[in-house]
Structure formats: structure tokens, C-alpha cells
Design a protein around this ligand. Structure first.
Ligand code: CAA
Length: 260
């Protein structure tokens, strides 16, 4: 049996997904995209999993982009299909995950690799990480959502600077422009992601998933985010988690959420 491209480990409700293609700096070929998509779906349906951490194997790279060798001979139709298929199968699913996803960026996050981190809900980078969208240096543009999600996260000006210069930035610059939420030493990266996951896991799972839904609604075409928030807020009142959370507060005890 060949080694799986995605290693899956679960400890105390945290599912860590590690992309294992170190010989190509974890570049995203079709197989990685398919396996990762399946792993994300599996994590969604596994009731033991509360938070997902996504990282890359080895010390050098999170993900060095889409696999250049795979698309080097593509024409416009194949290029379009690559982006369409990848966005739908993986990037959009990741962003719409009902369970929070934290990217632990352990090295190069370039092109599709940075786009993968952008589709996660939270990004924590090691102090050695290097991030960028170098696609224009190859004669293409970002195709896995980078032209849309990067401006949403860092603002249009900084996003255009990063896209047009194709320049890699380090962790401190990424922190200062809001691209990453936190920077830690490389040997403390997974621990920091687990700590953040544990903090998130103290909260009601139904509320976490509804909060993600409400935030994303604001970025959807033709959707009024404030109205979506009102509906999501209202729906929370029908959950067992809401009853548990409020009763626990009133009775001065810790809540035990069922996720229902
Ligand atoms: N695709 C395929 N293979 C890749 C790769 C990629 N994106 N990135 C690295 N590799 C491979 C290299 O070809 C090399 O393999 P070989 O040993 O078989 O030659 C191996 O990984 C190690 O890489 P390097 O020898 O290049 O390592 P380095 O330390 O000298 O450089 C690097 C590291 C700066 C990250 C360099 O590998 C690099 O620039 N990689 C490409 C980054 C890039 O342009 N990414 C964007 C891809 S396009 C995209 O993602 C489109 C999209 O949005 C959909």
C-alpha cells in the first residue's frame, strides 16, 4: 500500500491533517487535493472531531503551491477546469467547514499553498515561514481563490502588492498586515495551534459552526450579512447547546456541550 498523502491524527477532539509529499514541498497535485478533500469531509462527519489543524510535513514547507509539473502543458480549458475543480472540491469546502480549521504554516506557503491557508479560518505561522502568491512570475494568476480571499483578509492594496510583485513575505510582515493571526517559533507551532484549538473547543459546537456561517454570509453575492446574522442568531435559541450554555452560566458551573 502506498503511503497516504494525508496523515490523520486525532487527540482530544483535535484532528490534525498533515500533507505528506515532502519531496515536492507538499505541492498540491490532483491526488493531494482529492485526499485532503476526503479527509476534511471525514472530519466533518466524525463526532469525535471538534477542530481541525492543517499543516505540511517536513520543516521546509507548508505547501509550495499547485503542482507546476502537473499543469505545465495545460491549455486554457484545462487551466480553467483545474481552478474550478480545486476550488469546489477543496478550497470552498474547507472554508465552509462547520468545524473550525486552523492552518499551522510550518514553512513555504506559496501560490495554492497560501490559498489553502487563506481558506482556513485561522492562520498560525512559524517564525521561519515564507508566504506569497508567485503565480504571475509563472505567467498565470492565483487560481485557488487567492485574488478574492487575500484582499478580504489583508485589504485590496496589500493584496495587489503581494500578487503583482510575486514577493514572498516573512511571518512578521504577515502578522503586521493581518495575514496570519499569530507567529510562534517553529518547534512550538503545533502546540500553539493545539492551544488555540483547545480554547475554541470550550465553546458550543453549534454556535461555532453558526458563527462561521454568519461571517461567510457577509462575503456572499446577493446575501445581506446582517440579515443572515439575525437568522443565525435566532436559530441558536433552538439548540441544546444554547440551553446548556445559559443554564451553566446561571448555575455557576462549566457547560458540557452536546453539539446539538
Ligand atoms: N510544484 C511542483 N514541484 C515543486 C513545487 C511546485 N509548486 N515547488 C517545489 N517543487 C519541487 C521542486 O521541483 C523540487 O523537486 P526536484 O527535486 O524533483 O527538482 C523540490 O520540490 C524541492 O524544491 P526546490 O529544489 O525548488 O527547493 P528550493 O529550496 O530551492 O526552493 C521554493 C523552494 C522557493 C519554494 C521553490 O521550490 C519554488 O519556488 N517553488 C514553486 C513555488 C510556486 O511558484 N508556487 C506557485 C505554484 S502555481 C499555483 O499555485 C497556481 C494556483 O494558484 C492554482
Amino acid at each position: 500500500m502506498p503511503e497516504p498523502l494525508i496523515k490523520q491524527e486525532t487527540h482530544s477532539g483535535i484532528r490534525t491533517l498533515t500533507i505528506q509529499r515532502p519531496e515536492a514541498l507538499n505541492a498540491l497535485n490532483l491526488d493531494v487535493i482529492q485526499e485532503l478533500s476526503a479527509a476534511v469531509q471525514e472530519a466533518q462527519s466524525d463526532s469525535d472531531v471538534r477542530v481541525i489543524i492543517l499543516t505540511g510535513s517536513g520543516e521546509k514547507a507548508f505547501v509550495a503551491g499547485a503542482d507546476i509539473k502537473e499543469f505545465a502543458e495545460f491549455d486554457s480549458e484545462k487551466g480553467r477546469n483545474l481552478a474550478d475543480h480545486g476550488q469546489e472540491l477543496l478550497f470552498n469546502r474547507l472554508e465552509r467547514s462547520s468545524k473550525p480549521v486552523i492552518a499551522a504554516i510550518n514553512g513555504f506557503a506559496l501560490g495554492g499553498g497560501l490559498e489553502l491557508a487563506l481558506a482556513c479560518h485561522i492562520r498560525i505561522a512559524s517564525d521561519t515561514a515564507r508566504m506569497g502568491l508567485p503565480e504571475v512570475s509563472l505567467g498565470v494568476i492565483p487560481g485557488y481563490g487567492g485574488t478574492q480571499r487575500l484582499p478580504q483578509i489583508v485589504g485590496k492594496g496589500k493584496a495587489l502588492e503581494m500578487i503583482l510583485t510575486a514577493r514572498m513575505i516573512g511571518s512578521e510582515e504577515a502578522l503586521s498586515c493581518g495575514l496570519v493571526n499569530q507567529v510562534v517559533s517553529s518547534d512550538g507551532l503545533l502546540e500553539a495551534a493545539q492551544k488555540m484549538a483547545s480554547q475554541i473547543m470550550k465553546n458550543a459546537p453549534t454556535a461555532l459552526s453558526t458563527a462561521i456561517q454568519a461571517v461567510l454570509a457577509g462575503y456572499e453575492d446577493g446575501v445581506n450579512g446582517f440579515q443572515a446574522e439575525i437568522e443565525c442568531f435566532g436559530a441558536s435559541f433552538d439548540t441544546a447547546d444554547f440551553r446548556e450554555g445559559t443554564q451553566a452560566f446561571l448555575n455557576k458551573r462549566k457547560p458540557e456541550f452536546s453539539g446539538k
